[in-house]
Write a protein that binds this ligand. Structure first.
Ligand SMILES: [Zn+2]
Length: 333
């Protein structure tokens, strides 16, 4: 009888099931195909400018913190407008404390169809935390971001990409706290972060006893080295051609490999007039180089790769069923 059909309950879905916002049309049409996903992921690590690693030893005044918070909010709204103009959905990894100080901002990001992820609770480098404190960072931020946005938080991006071999235990804790993927292991050689021999395409990262799906930031393999072309200083300093080449070669891999170009930006990188932090010469240059041109560059990137954008959660939805086929990589020796 028809009524039986109408009255039969919908299949139960668990609380971590993807929200509608996580399921793009691209994902739905691709779910029937067996090949691995191809996507460009635009991600934004949202923190106030004074929280950056280079300023870790500074103690900005309450006035200057308030100013950076105001500017973070304004610039994030500008970015939301830009994304809306091109109907592009992105992933926003937010500092949990921002959900407490700016709940409306987090709600507006979620309402625009973007993914909400965690960028820790207080933006502390994991190398400075013990496992108990890190657990609080990822638990509190996930709780508050989910409560405020009404969206499940699946993903984590560590401050300063601080998931490394020394902090392999962080992978275990992310798995225990219900995260479904991480995007914090940069397969590059760098003075502050990186696991140079880690895979460049999505894989299963093994911590001490548990594992987690990893979406590594984009690198471009050049002359035997992985160049970090995913964002940051590389995006602002070098010709856009480098990031483009990275995206192109990633997307040109065989379709048995997930071809994910994970890019990252920070709202403060688009804020030309922000007051400069009193940094040392090298760090000042690294921090502010190319800021004046970054917005135009981002817009060009969006225009060029528009057809390939998906959120990280969309990508994860496609990768989870093929987990067994993904490469595995242990962070502990
Ligand atoms: Zn950050």
């Amino acid at each position: 009888m028809d009524t039986d059909v109408l009255q039969s309950p919908r299949p139960m879905t668990d609380s971590s099931a993807p929200s509608e916002a996580h399921q793009s049309e691209a994902h739905q049409s691709e779910a029937h195909q067996s090949k691995s996903p191809l996507a460009t992921v635009l991600s934004f690590d949202v923190e106030e400018h004074h929280r950056i690693e280079a300023a870790a030893k500074l103690t900005p005044s309450a006035d200057s913190r308030a100013e950076y918070a105001r500017r973070m909010e304004a610039t994030t709204y500008d970015l939301l407008e830009l994304l809306a103009a091109y109907s592009v959905r992105a992933t926003f990894y937010l500092v949990g404390e921002i959900a407490e100080s700016h709940p409306r901002l987090v709600q507006d990001i979620a309402a625009a169809g973007h993914e909400i992820g965690s960028h820790s609770h207080t933006h502390t480098n994991i190398h400075q935390l013990d496992p108990d404190r890190f657990r609080m960072e990822i638990r509190e931020s996930k709780d508050v971001l989910e409560q405020v946005s009404g969206q499940p938080v699946w993903g984590f991006r560590a401050p300063t990409f601080s998931v490394t071999r020394r902090t392999a235990w962080a992978i275990d804790l992310l798995a225990e706290e219900g995260y479904r993927y991480d995007s914090s292991i940069f397969p590059v050689r760098h003075d502050r972060y990186g696991v140079p021999d880690a895979p460049r395409t999505p894989y299963i990262a093994h911590g001490i006893a548990r594992s987690m799906l990893e979406l590594p930031p984009l690198t471009w393999r050049r002359l035997g080295q992985n160049l970090p072309v995913a964002g940051g200083g590389y995006f602002r300093l070098f010709p856009l051609a480098m990031m483009r080449a990275g995206i192109r070669t990633m997307h040109a891999k065989p379709d048995s490999t997930p071809r994910i170009a994970m890019l990252y930006f920070h709202p403060w990188e688009f804020d030309i007039d922000q007051p400069r932090l009193p940094l040392g010469r090298l760090s000042r240059w690294r921090t502010y180089v190319g800021i004046a041109r970054s917005r135009a560059r981002l817009e060009r990137l969006i225009q060029e790769h528009r057809s390939t954008f998906q959120t990280a959660a969309d990508v994860v939805t496609q990768l989870e069923p093929m987990r067994e086929q993904l490469p595995r990589f242990g962070l502990t020796p």
